[in-house]
Design a protein around this ligand. Sequence first.
Ligand code: FAD
Ligand code: MG
Length: 362
Amino acid sequence: MASNKTLRFALPWLVALAILAWLALREPPQVAPPVLQREFLAMGTLVSLSLHLADGQDRSAGEAALVKIERELRDFEARWSPGGDGALGRLNSELAAGRAAPIDPVLAPLLVRAFGLREVSAGVFDPRLGALVRLWGFDDESHFLSRPPPTDVVTRLAAQIASAPAQLADCPDAAPCYGPAPGVQFDLGAIAKGEAAALAIAQLRQEGFPDAIVNLGGNLVASGARGGRPWNIGIRHPRPEGGIGVLATLHTSGTEAVMTSGDYERYFEFEGRRYHHILDPASGQPAQGLVSATVVHADGALADAASTALLVAGPQGWRETARALGISQALVVDESGRINVTAALAPRLEFAPGLAPATVVP
Ligand code: FAD
Ligand code: MG
């Protein structure tokens, strides 16, 4: 028989155990969600970070890593904004004043890459279009026009940009510089988000978080998997109808960028015609013929630049431009809604019900 002393000692523990058992039965144990999310606005778009925690990984360390990525993306935005007092904004101010300007070392690698891609894409991708983008009012959603700018003004500016230097030069002190180049303002809007997403994924991997997605307004880089299952990425339908917002889905593998350019991102309509933000450098007018272009590639900056280039290259030129850029996985949708996809991407896609590619090209 238990003594009074034993009972007095055991009673509080028995009561505590009974309360714990009651709590456990009343509420199922809280399971921490395996994917951490962080969303914020930057670079004129919604940025969404997703991070899958592996077994035993510390939730607060994951959250701290995402906070750090947000900070770095904001620094990236300041550096690469075409206006303002960041590195690219200062370069553009010098060019606008008609002067030659030294290239800040933080800008040089991506600018050199962008010039290289301009050459390889036969000029359909061009990082020098900032003044044209502004003339069309597509540099910021608050600047959208209600009618197109005069054609002769657009044509003159496009010609001025086309005749400007197409690469950086060596200044007298052997550092790279650019200009004077009337009409040229740098705008890396078609490549910088891919670069930023790739850098963010590399940073997360380095910090021990290999399973993540960095999505900048539909331009994303995915890495790893989600608890052993691959990330499932939706490619947006350029003309969503009858509740179908997704054209197709794709399971990513390893580290892969899925970048889409479309005429639906920024546009206005005038007299029944859509004028959008992806411009043909040859004419200065919005590109015609394709309404969206998606590129899948391991290299985020390349995939971003290529999706823009394919949209400009149009129905006749997109495949050749993809080949020139070293892109084997691409999908384009033309103005009549026909879906064209490369043979390397087609088997990886699951199309929404009722949708199928019109052509699969080698
Ligand atoms: P993409 O096809 O990837 O890029 C299209 C963009 O590239 C166009 O908007 C134009 O800027 C440029 N472009 C057009 N034609 C060509 C061409 N032939 N070759 C090369 N480039 C071309 N938007 C805001 O509203 N406010 C902001 O404060 C803002 N800040 C930004 C800061 C940074 C650092 C960056 C990179 C972008 C910013 N933007 C801002 C732009 C915004 O993110 C655009 O929506 C984006 O650049 C267009 O990207 P996209 O993915 O829709 O299309
Ligand atoms: Mg792009």
